[in-house]
Ligand binder design. Structure first.
Ligand SMILES: Cc1ncc(COP(=O)(O)O)c(C=O)c1O
Length: 362
């Protein structure tokens, strides 16, 4: 069993995807055209923010949002280190310096006290990642604190499209939010895609310029540090087709996760807590001290698993000893213990029961 079988989603949606792609080809307008405008409008309305700017991928969304905040060379920016290195990659591209924050082992997400530490250290901006599809539990307090200290807050929502806390979707708490539409995401394209969503018209206008060479008008470059990072028409058309189904798909993901947490019972395994609509179950992760042995056992049962993520950003080989002084105990524990089980909307109840039985039989 695959960890996420995209061929099933395509099987169900092929007729309307074919129509969407044909629509773009018939128009022969392939980059930054009416499909991008329509998707940006629909996605902004879905999230509950006035502005959405489509981009080439989610890593660019982090980078360009931070640039629009005014983050530049040598600025200190806080991020977690257990979220796959994406934010750190964006920071390195800017020339900014990451300040790594620890997470809570249950929620796997950043905490208010760590954000407080970042503010006291003098960061220029904070990136919070709503990891695995869970809204950062203290996001409201974090946003209030950042506002009071005049520090910009970017929410990385690449794994949490549609998660809702206190009636608000993630992506509306901070100054801006970054999204990825990589094919496996809860809202995924048929290739790369990303977006910045924001309440701030100046941030939106700046990201629009940054995504297209810094142009204020054609061939007139008004701002430096820009690039080509455009969402293309075919991906936008595909995303518009998938968007109406996102909430139902998230409900299905969450019901699979809830079942795992209720039915996996093993003395060496700690299941993920059960959540409500603040969790859209992008990934279902459990913890096991002997994680690799469980992984091997499931492999022999033909059940694919993965580790999101095995290496804290600051221990990545590319850094050598640059961050030898950094030690985040919860982050490191999670990197050793975490394991991701198959969890995608098209999984059948029989398959879910099969995974549970094999995990319990370990
Ligand atoms: C938490 C998180 N942030 C950022 C990204 C980057 O998105 P992309 O792969 O579209 O650049 C991803 C996805 O891969 C992600 O999972």
């Amino acid at each position: 069993m695959l960890i996420n079988d995209l061929s099933r989603r395509l099987l169900n949606s092929r007729p309307f995807l074919d129509d969407a792609i044909r629509r773009v080809m018939d128009r022969s307008w392939f980059v930054l055209g009416p499909e991008v405008v329509a998707f940006e409008k629909a996605f902004a309305a879905y999230i509950g923010a006035p502005h959405c700017v489509g981009l080439a991928n989610g890593t660019d969304a982090i980078e360009l949002a931070l640039k629009a905040f005014g983050v530049g060379q040598a600025d200190l920016v806080a991020t977690v280190a257990n979220a796959g290195m994406y934010t750190t990659t964006a920071l390195l591209a800017i020339g900014a310096e990451p300040l790594f924050l620890d997470v809570n082992v249950e929620s796997r997400n950043v905490t208010l006290s760590e954000v407080q530490r970042a503010l006291d250290t003098g960061v220029k901006a904070i990136v919070v990642t709503h990891l695995y599809g869970l809204a950062v539990p203290e996001i409201t307090e974090i946003a209030t604190l950042c506002r009071a200290r005049n520090v910009k807050l970017l929410e990385d929502c690449a794994q949490s499209h549609g998660a809702r806390l206190d009636g608000h979707r993630v992506g509306t708490f901070g100054d801006a939010a970054s999204f990825s539409f990589y094919p496996t995401k809860n809202l995924g394209a048929l290739g790369d895609g990303g977006a910045v969503v924001t309440n701030d018209v100046e941030v939106a206008e700046c990201v629009k310029r940054l995504r297209q060479y810094g142009w204020s008008d054609k061939y007139q470059v008004e701002i430096a540090g820009a690039r080509n990072s455009r969402l293309d028409e075919i991906q936008a058309a595909v995303l518009s087709e998938f968007l109406p189904d996102l909430d139902a798909a998230n409900v299905r993901r969450r019901s699979i996760a809830t079942r795992y947490s209720a039915s996996i019972s093993h003395s060496s395994i700690k299941v993920s807590p059960t959540y409500g609509e603040e969790f859209v179950a992008h990934l279902y992760t459990l913890r096991a001290a002997n994680r690799d042995s469980l992984r091997q056992h499931l492999k022999t049962c033909d059940i694919a698993t993965d580790v999101h993520y095995p290496i804290p950003d600051y221990l990545q080989p590319a850094f050598g000893s640059r961050y030898a002084h950094v030690q985040l105990p919860n982050t490191e524990q999670l990197c050793h213990e975490i394991l991701t089980l198959p969890c995608f909307p098209e999984m059948t109840d029989v398959e879910v029961a099969h995974v549970i039985a094999k995990v319990n039989a370990w």
